[in-house]
Write a protein that binds this ligand. Structure first.
Ligand SMILES: Cc1cc2nc3c(=O)[nH]c(=O)nc-3n(C[C@H](O)[C@H](O)[C@H](O)COP(=O)(O)OP(=O)(O)OC[C@H]3O[C@@H](n4cnc5c(N)ncnc54)[C@H](O)[C@@H]3O)c2cc1C
Length: 362
């Protein structure tokens, strides 16, 4: 694949401090993965762990090849335990939420261990009225929970199909609202140090579809605390219904997609630019610029990740030629060479706890 998208991750982003290793013969990533998987199976016999798992079944675009392994831990403790074992083998996991913004390569990722947060579903009200939610809580469930407790501010999130973890990572937003407007703090597990850190809203450096975590390799978002205003339940419910109705009317929700293909360029709308350039309905293989909403690329049935990539390049080049506006991809397309992660920049953070505990799964 040609690589000129900002969101495509290449092998150069990879490898944890390999140069610092001694002169011992190098053990390949594949061998280290095999050893790590065997160890994880041994110490966590109850863990849902699948090898050579087709990722098309875990991503909303419904395309892409197999990951070497996919684990679905039942708890935060199990997740950190998996991470710790991987780190012992100089590996790091790729964290997956609901897979609604990410597409894996057709060739698969034989060097990738994916950990999915879907079972991390704890959500409750804190004594001071804020909401605590684990990374795997769907944003729709978070919005419903806020409504049930008469808390306003998360109505925008009720139709976004991602999780709390993915939503924090992407600073997901819609209809004038963003995650950053309601997040008080985020707890993340920082793999290089194997410690938990709590970042306040400011420290998360949220921007338009951006957060600090995108540049902090080795960060696993475990949970977030949401601070909301008290509101009128009827009004909250009416707003959620109205926004979801708008979504249903405008977006191709009946077809597989990964949401908006491109970010909104300053002062413009990506969908309007794409439509003006005559690209609505344009397709490559099974990937098509949606007839209903030009900002979405849909899978008409048999799209590959390569089709999606080629279409995104075609759209981006055409829009640039005609308008001189450069579209930036919002969908994360993993490249086949994706391997591990490096330590990322050092930033000041507040330590919550460095403890490491065993779980029922192990
Ligand atoms: C039909 C449709 C409509 C959409 N509408 C919107 C919309 O209105 N607004 C919007 O902003 N987005 C929208 N999206 C895109 C997507 O739902 C959001 O970006 C969402 O926040 C992604 O969450 P996820 O759990 O699916 O993340 P994934 O797609 O699983 O992952 C996205 C990124 O976050 C990382 N990640 C996920 N969880 C964690 C974690 N716990 N720790 C560390 N990293 C993590 C992944 O590694 C990946 O880099 C839409 C998508 C679809 C399919």
């Amino acid at each position: 694949m040609e690589d000129n998208t900002n969101n495509t991750i290449t092998a150069n982003d990879a490898e944890i401090n390999r140069e610092e290793q001694s002169h011992e013969p190098e053990v390949s990533v594949a061998d280290r993965l095999t050893e790590a998987i065997a160890q994880i199976r041994e110490v966590m016999p109850g863990l849902a762990l699948y090898e050579n798992e087709p990722m098309s079944g875990h991503c909303s675009f419904k395309a892409g090849g197999c990951a070497r392994a996919l684990a679905i831990p039942q708890s935060v403790m199990s997740l950190t335990k998996i991470c710790s074992i991987l780190k012992d083998h100089e590996l790091a996991p790729y964290i997956l939420g609901n897979g609604t913004n990410v597409v894996f390569p057709d060739a698969g990722t034989p060097e990738l261990f994916v950990v999915c947060t879907e079972k991390l579903q704890e959500i409750f009200l804190l004594p001071d009225g804020a909401i605590y939610a684990e990374a795997g809580v769907p944003l729709s469930k978070l919005a419903s929970f806020a409504f049930e407790n008469g808390l306003a501010g998360l109505e925008f999130a009720s139709g976004i199909p991602g999780t709390v973890g993915g939503g924090v990572m992407m600073n997901a937003g819609a209809y004038g609202g963003e995650m950053k407007d309601c997040i008080e703090s985020v707890v993340n597990y920082y793999l290089p140090e194997q410690r938990l850190y709590e970042l306040n809203n400011e420290q998360c450096s949220f921007g338009y579809r951006k957060s600090l975590f995108q540049s902090m390799w080795g960060c696993v978002i475990l949970s977030a605390v949401f601070r909301l205003e008290e509101g009128n339940k009827d009004e909250i419910s009416a707003k959620m219904k109205e926004l979801n109705e708008r979504r249903r009317n405008k977006q191709p929700l009946d077809m597989p997609s990964a949401g908006s293909a491109f970010k909104r360029p300053e002062g413009h709308y990506a969908a309007a630019l794409i439509e003006e350039c005559g690209l609505k309905g344009c397709s490559v293989g099974g990937a098509q610029v949606s007839e209903k909403h030009a900002g979405f690329i849909v899978n008409t049935g048999d799209a590959t990740a390569q089709d999606l990539y080629d279409l995104m390049i075609k759209v981006r080049n055409t829009v640039y030629e005609k308008t001189k506006i450069q579209l930036e991809p919002e969908i994360i397309l993993l490249s086949p060479e994706y391997k591990l992660v490096d330590y990322g920049p050092k930033i000041p953070r507040n330590i919550v706890s460095g403890s490491y505990m065993t779980t029922n799964e192990g």
